[in-house]
Design a protein around this ligand. Structure first.
Ligand code: TLP
Length: 344
């Protein structure tokens, strides 16, 4: 039985073209800066995001960690959302390894942080306090349902950061999804940020890797931090080759995943007791809750779905996350709707 895996877009396998380019990639030792394919990926990502330089890292988690540590030193503070991936799901790395304190502000349902709340969180110069150094935002925002932050909002946060002499980091793990949803190039969404991490291995299907981008000088610092963390890779061009295909061929098709997420929500909305939060999937994520008259728990439903070859993310006692990606086609969406309908 072929599995329909909606747990995350991270489960997406590389495309045949990626496997071919990986096999044929020109390689060198990237710790010496000599892997031409890695260099090409870094330059191409930086160009697409309108930044001076890029750094290939093994994961989005390392991209954010290196990205934040390249701005902050021990005792500095980053202002971030209480639902941000960095705060919730990166094992506290910025504190554990960098001694960076975090100030968590409530994420609004649309993924934003209120500007007045950011401003109020900026510390006065007082030896009792950590030193506010950085603001970090996320686009699309995972735990807020895959919502995209607008260009205007990001600009406002960027202006606020500059007014207070702070830096802005953007966790753009799914920035290309946001670009599609907002109808603007990714570079425009990244422009107000001093640094941005994008992931190649989520909706873009590459097997491994993220790229952190920023100024030359910033990436120079980040490069050293990546080495400290053990992220200096050798013939990494074999991975970067897939990343190049991701940038060339996969960013332009993400609207398909968004369309399928919308169809999935539409089909599931016919089932009494199924509720959506947000009400309409903004990008490739569908968050749904089981309400009365449904009595089954999310775990029970997930088991019944699994027996039918469907895997979903359980993110609460009565809550699921379903993520569409390249390997989920229209037929799979209809199959998932039918399976949920039968079970519930
Ligand atoms: N998110 C994963 C899980 O960790 C939750 C997922 O399945 O969505 N930033 C954002 C916004 C992310 O969603 C993720 C991964 C990361 C960073 C980290 O990327 P990786 O998994 O490559 O370290």
């Amino acid at each position: 039985m072929q599995t329909i895996d909606l747990r995350s877009d991270t489960v997406s396998l590389p495309t045949p073209e990626m496997r071919r380019r990986m096999a044929e990639a020109e390689l060198g030792d990237d710790v010496y800066g000599e892997d031409p394919t890695v260099n090409q990926l870094q330059a191409e990502t930086a160009r697409l995001l309108g930044k001076e330089a890029g750094l290939f890292v093994p994961s989005g988690t390392m991209g954010n960690l290196v990205g934040i540590l390249a701005h902050c030193t021990r005792g500095d503070e980053v202002i971030l959302g209480n639902k941000s991936h960095t705060f919730l799901y990166e094992a506290g790395g910025i504190s554990v390894l960098g001694g960076v304190h975090s100030c968590q502000i409530p994420n609004q349902p649309d993924g934003t942080l209120l500007l007045e709340e950011i401003e109020a969180a900026i510390r006065p110069p007082d030896p009792h306090h950590p030193i506010t150094r950085l603001i970090s935002i996320e686009n699309t925002h995972n735990r807020c349902g895959g919502v995209a932050l607008s260009r205007e909002y990001t600009q406002q946060v960027g202006e606020l950061a500059r007014q207070h002499d702070l830096k802005l980091h953007l966790d753009g793990a799914r920035l290309f999804n946001a670009a599609v949803a907002c109808g603007v190039p990714a570079a425009k969404l990244a422009a107000p940020a001093d640094s941005v991490t994008i992931c190649l291995s989520k909706g873009l299907c590459a097997p491994v890797g993220s790229v952190l981008c920023g100024s030359q000088e910033y990436i120079h610092r980040a490069h050293r931090l990546r080495k400290i963390l053990g992220g200096g890779m050798r013939q990494a061009g074999v991975l970067a080759a897939a990343g190049l295909v991701a940038l060339e061929q996969m960013t332009n098709r993400l609207a398909e995943d968004h369309r399928r997420a919308a169809r999935l929500a539409d089909g599931l909305s016919q089932i009494p007791g199924v509720q959506f939060d947000p009400a309409k999937p903004p990008t490739n994520m569908v968050f749904l809750d089981l309400e009365v008259p449904i009595t089954l728990t999310a775990v029970q439903v997930a088991e019944l779905l699994k027996a039918r070859g469907i895997q979903v993310g359980v993110v609460g006692p009565r809550r699921f996350r379903l993520v569409t990606h390249y390997w989920i086609d229209d037929a799979a969406i209809e199959q998932v709707i039918s399976a949920f309908t039968e079970i519930l």
